[in-house]
Design a protein around this ligand. Structure first.
Ligand SMILES: [Fe+2]
Length: 199
């Protein structure tokens, strides 16, 4: 099954600035994603994206919502249409005349799968948060105190254990860090600091 998108431009530049309302984005998430674990993952990644935009990119609220929306909807089609993963949500957002930067970030969140390289900082951070967020969530579930006192060292230990969250690609995490020009330690630290805020 190939998920390659075989295209490199997404949406229409005339639609820059067009976003879904928060209510519409949440409705789409809830209609398309049945699995509560996947919904939580998407909300966690959305929160990380918004927090990063606000704290590290000095983005205003409008731009923060673009980052958040990309995170919130990046896996929207994975639950019910895995063979159309990424294609279906891209089509939906193109049909709704959504900002091409949001669509592009979603299209490039797994370059090894979709064949689209992350280019902007928003693209790169979505790629970087996606896999590592899942591993850190899995780690929080096995700790008696969840995220409390979780440290970078503990996460790195889990990363080295190949059998832990075995479906999380360590290679992609390293690739994403180098593309986003951030250290693995900083990425882990940011996720530990923010992910517990989403329930
Ligand atoms: Fe994801």
């Amino acid at each position: 099954m190939s998920l390659l998108l075989n295209k490199s431009t997404f949406g229409n530049s005339a639609n820059i600035g067009n976003v879904l309302s928060k209510a519409d984005a949440n409705n789409l998430l809830e209609e398309w994603v049945i699995n509560p674990k996947l919904q939580l993952h998407m909300r966690q990644v959305a929160h990380l994206m918004k927090s990063w935009a606000a704290e590290k990119e000095n983005a205003d609220e409008k731009i923060q919502w673009k980052w958040e929306m990309a995170g919130l909807l990046h896996d929207a089609d994975w639950d019910q249409w895995p063979e159309l993963h990424c294609k279906k949500i891209i089509e939906e957002l193109e049909n709704r005349n959504i900002d091409p930067e949001i669509i592009r970030a979603i299209a490039s969140h797994g370059p090894a799968h979709f064949g689209v390289e992350p280019e902007t900082k928003m693209d790169k951070m979505l790629y970087a948060f996606d896999e590592l967020s899942g591993l850190i969530h899995a780690y929080s579930l096995m700790r008696p105190n969840s995220y409390n006192a979780m440290d970078i060292k503990g996460v790195k230990k889990r990363l080295k254990e190949k059998s832990f969250a075995a479906n999380v690609s360590r290679e992609e995490i390293n690739d994403a860090c180098s593309k986003a020009s951030i250290s693995l330690d900083d990425l882990i630290d940011f996720i530990i600091q923010h992910q517990a805020e989403v329930e």
